[in-house]
Design a binder for this molecule. Structure first.
Ligand code: HEM
Length: 403
């Protein structure tokens, strides 16, 4: 059996990993031991995300222990009609216009972070830039102190269960049980933290998302405390860990294709398209999960009602039916209808923010620094999660561009 460490490091090269997996297993796999199904092709992952009446996001309807699901229930795991109501509440804070207004602050934070390393000639892209930037931004949006970010990082790591190292082999039952325990404990801690924030904002509302959620009404009713806690937790976790990995993955892709770094320094207008290609080529969120609401026929197999299905985004984004030469990292690829942010009613709420943060961070990095090089003799170590893809560290050297 493969060592989990090696397994995860292979995922850092998703094209090879998923092509091998698809060839070996076919388009639909029933993982009997883990009690879920898996799909790998673009059209199937798209169907999972689009057909919410057949593929529910709400695991509590089908679980042996629904109370565990209910505790963590957020918009991500809610079906219509409640989903639509919850989403309309926060979507105002995340419109492209509202997000665009955050650009100057994102640029200011990026400059501050780079000022700390400019004299060193070396930095860790993750520790020095791609972790602190999104966590400061989402903290300010929510209205929680960015100084608590070391704690936010520990909670984020735990929520995506980055403790693979503790397991000596991939043992599905052991893995699931450990994951359940860690997530339960982390949610307790996060909810205790946010309960105090909510109490403070009830006494003294501010111009932040927590205060807006407390004041929000749906058909005259305020949100329950559980709904607000789940919202805050989801935004805090989703708002930082994935964007951290998008920026880290971008550096890995550019480093493997150094010509892109020069091209982007000369033509910064290509950056948005390059970021889309990074999202396809190294998707930070590897998969999405759904539950069948009826028996479903797929590629000659019957998936019974109530089963969990994982749709591998990272595999769909290499489907040759959708992407010519999927193995090529091509920053001018067009069209590029990747599924990195999902699709349909649960399409990532934070996509405009993630794209803007990545664009600003990478453009300022390339504007201020040149000859950004990773020591390629050192193997990249991936973070230890089975859901999230990105490098744990990305040490680079650079030269400062003359003004
Ligand atoms: C949903 C990926 C950044 C908040 C999703 C989904 C994906 C995803 C794949 C859909 C999951 C599903 O259908 O089950 C990503 C990636 C990001 C990113 C790759 C960065 C590169 C963010 C940010 C925020 C955020 C910055 C918030 C500030 C959310 C929320 C949902 C979501 C709230 C649930 C939406 C709903 O259920 O209606 N994200 N995300 N994400 N994301 Fe993101």
């Amino acid at each position: 059996m493969m060592n989990p460490r090696d397994y995860l490091n292979q995922l850092l090269y998703p094209y090879a990993s998923f092509t091998a997996l698809r060839t070996a297993s076919g388009p639909v796999v029933h993982n009997e031991k883990a009690r879920f199904w898996e799909v790998f092709e673009y059209d199937d992952v798209l169907m999972l995300a689009s057909e919410h009446e057949t593929f529910s996001s709400d695991g509590s309807k089908f679980a042996d222990h629904p109370e565990e699901f209910i505790k963590a229930q957020s918009i991500l795991t809610t079906d219509p009609p409640r989903h639509r109501q919850l989403r309309s509440l926060v979507s105002q804070a995340f419109t492209p216009r509202a997000i665009a207004s955050m650009a100057p602050r994102i640029a200011e934070i990026t400059h501050d972070l780079l000022d700390h390393v400019v004299g060193q000639g070396s930095m860790d892209i993750i520790t020095d830039l791609s972790y602190p930037l999104p966590v400061i931004v989402i903290s300010e949006l929510l209205g929680v102190p960015a100084e608590d970010r070391a704690q936010f990082k520990r909670w984020s790591d735990d929520m995506v269960f980055s403790e693979y190292d503790e397991l000596t082999a991939i043992n599905v039952e052991e893995y699931n049980e450990r994951m359940r325990q860690v997530i339960r404990r982390t949610l307790d801690e996060l909810y205790d933290y946010f309960r105090i924030v909510l109490a403070e904002r009830r006494l003294q509302p501010c111009q932040d998302l927590v205060s807006e959620l407390l004041a929000a009404r749906i058909e005259g009713q305020s949100l329950s405390e559980a709904e607000i806690l789940a919202f805050c937790t989801l935004l805090l976790i989703a708002g930082n860990i994935t964007t951290t990995n998008l920026i880290g993955n971008a550096l890995l892709c550019f480093d493997e294709h150094p010509e892109t770094m020069d091209q982007l320094a000369e033509r910064p207008d290509l950056l948005p398209q390059a970021i889309e290609e990074v999202l396809r080529y190294r998707s930070p969120a590897l998969l999405l999960a759904r539950y069948t609401t009826r028996d479903v026929e797929l590629h000659g197999q019957t998936i019974p009602c109530g089963q969990m299905i994982l749709g591998w985004i990272a595999s769909a984004n290499f489907d040759p039916q959708q992407f010519p030469h999927p193995e090529a990292f091509d920053i001018t690829r067009s069209p590029n209808r990747h599924l990195a942010f999902g699709h349909g009613i649960h399409f990532c709420l934070g996509a405009p923010l993630a794209r803007l943060e990545a664009k600003i961070a990478l453009s300022i990095l390339l504007e201020r620094f040149q000859q950004i090089r990773r020591n390629r003799e050192q193997p990249v170590e991936t973070i230890h999660s089975a859901f999230i893809l990105g490098p744990k560290h990305c040490p680079v050297t650079f030269k400062v561009r003359q003004e």
